[in-house]
Design a protein around this ligand. Structure first.
Ligand code: FMN
Length: 392
């Protein structure tokens, strides 16, 4: 029997899809609705000490779209606006109503031992199943020396992880930033400090665009802007790379995220090391209901592969990731043109000519491949407007 259920550090997930810490987990009523609709758990919107000032800007989003499709958001939103007591009440209410759903408290505090330990101790006594340390928010908080300012510094990350591990009575996941040169450095520092697992990625620091009439950057806050955090389908390759690099450097559990919009994305994250996955932007674009197709799709896929649970997918692709030096350079593929799909527009010929190799030509209404000059780079197969070229 194939199941979506999986277990991480003794925490049972009825399915591996959980909401990440963000607007879809900012209100108790919304989390209640998400659980009812089938999400396996939620990382609560990041909780801070009640006295940490949280003044938001308007507007908080800019988007990159192709037609009507949102490929990514840049956001400059800060953290939770609920008080600690509101969260404690809400967590209790949610656990009573949804005992099988996982709740993870995302925590952030100033770089002061007592502040981190006091927050952790408060939520030790709540019904949350685990902690996620937000070392990775890329906007607003770094100006105060927290968020990504912590997660880009191995020494500070290690110090705070140690403070937390001294008092935490539940598993602790550290949420990492993709905005570092070498993620392995932070992974090793945090693991040595005693963390139980990782969550990744938080948003990618970005600047969405400039209004060319007014020269005002986006998102426009009364004529000015600041660098924000990029999320959504366009960051998936960055998230996937980071999760793979975490796995290459640690065997601890990983809560993987970044651009997951369907079951295939989730399965890919598992193949590079994720135990469960988190979703934010897809829900902000299409609503909580996307969970149904994600669950059904992953279950059918696991069945088709003869797997019992998502755990069977874990790390499946890791051994296939290597250094460039170790790739087999003797192997060469060539483009094969499907004449039924090809409309002889000549785009592949032009692009191949202008991008170094000049290996394609249009001869008698057919695209010919010159095997002497073709290097098998595959560019033509990606830019063909009719998907008529396959590499073989
Ligand atoms: C509007 C917005 C607010 C967010 N707030 C938080 C937050 O409070 N804490 C946190 O750890 N991550 C926060 N994130 C980051 C997400 O949890 C997630 O790591 C990131 O968006 C990548 O996943 P996605 O591509 O599925 O959105 C936020 C993201 C967005 C878009």
């Amino acid at each position: 029997m194939t199941t979506l259920a999986t277990s991480v550090l003794g925490i049972d997930f009825e399915n591996p899809f959980i909401l990440s810490s963000a607007p879809p987990t900012a209100k108790i009523e919304s989390i209640d609705k998400a659980f009812t609709l089938g999400w396996g758990g939620a990382v609560l919107k990041t909780i801070t000490p009640d006295n940490l000032e949280m003044i938001e800007a308007s507007q908080r989003y800019a988007s990159w779209k192709i037609g009507n499709k949102v490929c990514g958001f840049e956001n400059i939103e800060l953290l939770s606006h609920l008080t600690i007591n509101q969260w404690l009440e809400g967590i209790k209410y949610l656990k009573r109503k949804h005992p099988n759903k996982v709740q993870i408290a995302s925590i952030m505090a100033p770089v002061v031992k007592e502040e981190w330990q006091s927050l952790i101790k408060t939520f030790n006594n709540s019904e949350v199943d685990a902690f996620e340390l937000n070392f990775s928010c890329p906007h607003g908080m770094p100006e105060k020396g927290i968020g990504m300012a912590i997660g880009t510094n191995p020494e500070i990350s290690s110090m705070i992880t140690k403070w937390v591990m001294e008092v935490a009575k539940k598993p602790v996941f550290v949420k990492l930033s993709p905005n570092v040169t070498n993620i392995a450095e932070i992974v090793k520092a945090v693991e040595a400090a005693g963390a139980n697992g990782f969550a990744a990625i938080n948003t990618v620091q970005s600047l969405m665009g400039i209004d060319l009439d007014t020269f005002e950057p986006k998102p426009n806050v009364n004529g000015k802007s600041t660098f924000g955090g990029y999320s959504g389908i366009s960051v998936k390759p960055i998230g996937l790379r980071c999760v793979a690099q975490i796995r290459q450097n640690s065997n601890l559990p990983i809560l993987g995220m970044g651009g997951i919009s369907n079951w295939q994305d989730a399965a890919e994250y598992m193949c590079v090391g994720a135990d469960v996955v988190q979703v934010c932007t897809e829900v902000m674009v299409n609503g909580y209901a996307v969970i149904e197709a994600m669950k059904q799709g992953l279950l059918s896929y696991l069945q088709s592969k003869g797997f019992n649970s998502p755990a069977n997918l874990k790390n499946k692709a890791i051994a296939k990731l290597s250094s460039h030096e170790k790739l087999n350079k003797k192997m060469q593929v060539y483009p094969h043109i499907n004449d039924e799909l090809c409309v002889k527009c000549g785009k592949c010929v032009t692009i191949c000519d202008e991008s170094e190799h000049s290996a394609l030509s249009l001869v008698d209404g057919h695209i010919e491949v010159n095997h002497d000059s073709c290097v098998g780079c595959s560019l033509c197969s990606h830019i063909c407007p009719k998907s008529a070229i396959k590499m073989k």
